[in-house]
Design a protein around this ligand. Sequence first.
Ligand code: FAD
Length: 502
Amino acid sequence: MSDTHYDLCIIGGGINGAGIARDAAGRGLSVLLVEGDDLGSGTSSASTKLIHGGLRYLEHMNFRLVRESLAEREALLRIAPHLVRGMEFVLPMGKGGKRPIWKIRLGLWLYDLFAGSSRLAHSRFIRNLGSESFGVPLRPEYKKGFVYSDAWGDDTRLVVLNAVDALENGADIRLRTICTGIQEDGKLWSVALHDRFTEKDYSVHASAVINATGPWVGRFLKGTGLGDGDPELPGVRLVQGSHIILPRQLNGEESYLLQQKDGRVVFVIPYENDFTLVGTTEVDFNDDPKDAEASEEEVAYLCEAYNMAFKAPVLPEDALFTFSGIRALVEQGQKRVSAISRDCQIYHHKGLPLPLISIFGGKLTTYRAQAERAVDMVSGLLNVVTDPWTDTQALPGGDFRGGGLDVFIESQCARYPWLPPSVLRRYAQAYGTRMDRIVGEGDSLACLGHYCGQDVYEAELRYLVDHEMAQTDEDILWRRSKLGLKVTDETLENIASVLSTL
Ligand SMILES: Cc1cc2nc3c(=O)[nH]c(=O)nc-3n(C[C@H](O)[C@H](O)[C@H](O)COP(=O)(O)OP(=O)(O)OC[C@H]3O[C@@H](n4cnc5c(N)ncnc54)[C@H](O)[C@@H]3O)c2cc1C
């Protein structure tokens, strides 16, 4: 393969790598993004999917992070109105919680204050939980509580949409391509790559490199020797967080934030219509992040957390699926994991002759701002003047002109009266205005091509392969969508058979 020169090579296609690629490509830099597996296949598909200020960070006086996260929550509601939506969280007060009511009241007051003129509702105190529909499933010990607002969205699709926009802004994106090392070659980095499909090794040149390998950040630096002898290199603590997916337990649309005896909090979230998501845990982790897997203890901990709050108990064997992700937290001597900041450190390796930046830690919520800071830094190092642009420009499909998702769905119902409402809603939430590219000028279901079963049509699969870089059925079932939660073996076989013809 011929050698090529890029301004910037980004290693890692999680939310940080994809967000940086979008921002940098849109500023006119020539960008290569390499991802060793699929987009979002690391931590970015294993988060709780909250787009939130982080109420808990107030306890650690991390006001700057909360303010930034709340501002970013608004930005994402604006630029990805199809994917990111407001959600109400019930915070019951009762057994388990160590925090007194006054402390939570103060925290929520600050949260609302920092959120400024948010489009989401302010928090409220609930004097009698039992008189509210969302209080009914709770155990009777929980008499009072609060309701506050945050946002939530599909983490992996957020990665994919950033990558798609980067691609459309001219970035070169190579999936299943592992970066095996970088070394100085005159005035450029020589970046060694391995193509996992063809098993070929080759190299490209780049003026600057960003190591956005998430929980692999330390491994990458160690493997390449690039961090050796740097006394300022941030220390990383890897922490596993697991979730369980249960059959839907609660009728309401509200989520719950449950305080635990150990001071942690566990979220219970309605998930993909038919499921309930419960997470997360925090366990120190020392292996390869790709081997992260929920342990029996973690599943039991999450069931216990759930059962402490709700009348109808769940058992570990009720969990239909589990998933685990690894956080790379920047450690500064804290013993308790929950006390370590979720802030992001964008680290310029100053001892090296050429620009290398590593991304340590961070949040899904703040990815856009993190990416902006990283691209500002790269631009400075490359001596080019570029302007930030991503806080106002919609992500692909998010260009709703006036009105939110509900208004959009209403207009699409009028436009495609023949499309089953469940398909239309799913397309609108996942693809926004880009659903028109799937449905096209069609006037009947026959226009969507082969039917695979369970609302899956050939046209969607074709779109994901042609426009969203899907390469395998797993990419489609688990990362471009969450169809994997529901499809039967028969539908799966049909999907595989359609994919083999594309
Ligand atoms: C359990 C859990 C829950 C969380 N919940 C939330 C939440 O609700 N809200 C929130 O804001 N944040 C949350 N976070 C944090 C958020 O998920 C992470 O900050 C974010 O996903 C990290 O993204 P990343 O791009 O840095 O890493 P990743 O998503 O892990 O991306 C790194 C990528 O680099 C690739 N890679 C690694 N090495 C190489 C190589 N040599 N060559 C090529 N590619 C390589 C990997 O395959 C991977 O895809 C949570 C984290 C965890 C663990």
